[in-house]
Write a protein that binds this ligand. Structure first.
Ligand SMILES: [Zn+2]
Ligand SMILES: [Zn+2]
Length: 76
C-alpha cells in the first residue's frame, strides 16, 4: 500500500491560519507525492499545476487534497 508523503511547514494558510503542508517529491512504488503545498483545513492546493500534461506530479494530482487515495506518512 502506497503512502502519501507530507511535511508540515511553519507557514500558515492566509485563509484559515492553520499550518500549511507540503506534499513530497517522491513517486515510487511505495510512496507518492505531488510536489505542491496544500491546506488540509481548507482542502485546497496552494500551488497551481504546471503546464506539462504528463508531469509525474501534477498530472496525477487529485482535485482536492482530501481525494488523495493514500494514507499520509508525515516526515520531518
Ligand atoms: Zn487554509
Ligand atoms: Zn508538474
Amino acid at each position: 500500500m502506497k503512502r502519501h508523503i507530507v511535511k508540515e511547514l511553519t507557514e500558515r494558510c492566509l485563509d484559515c491560519d492553520q499550518a500549511i503542508w507540503v506534499s513530497g517529491y517522491q513517486n515510487t512504488h511505495r510512496y507518492v507525492g505531488y510536489d505542491a503545498k496544500l491546506c488540509r483545513y481548507c482542502d485546497i492546493w496552494l500551488d497551481s499545476t504546471c503546464p506539462d500534461p504528463i508531469c509525474q506530479y501534477c498530472s496525477r494530482r487529485p482535485k482536492r487534497p482530501s481525494l488523495i487515495p493514500y494514507a499520509d506518512l508525515v516526515v520531518d
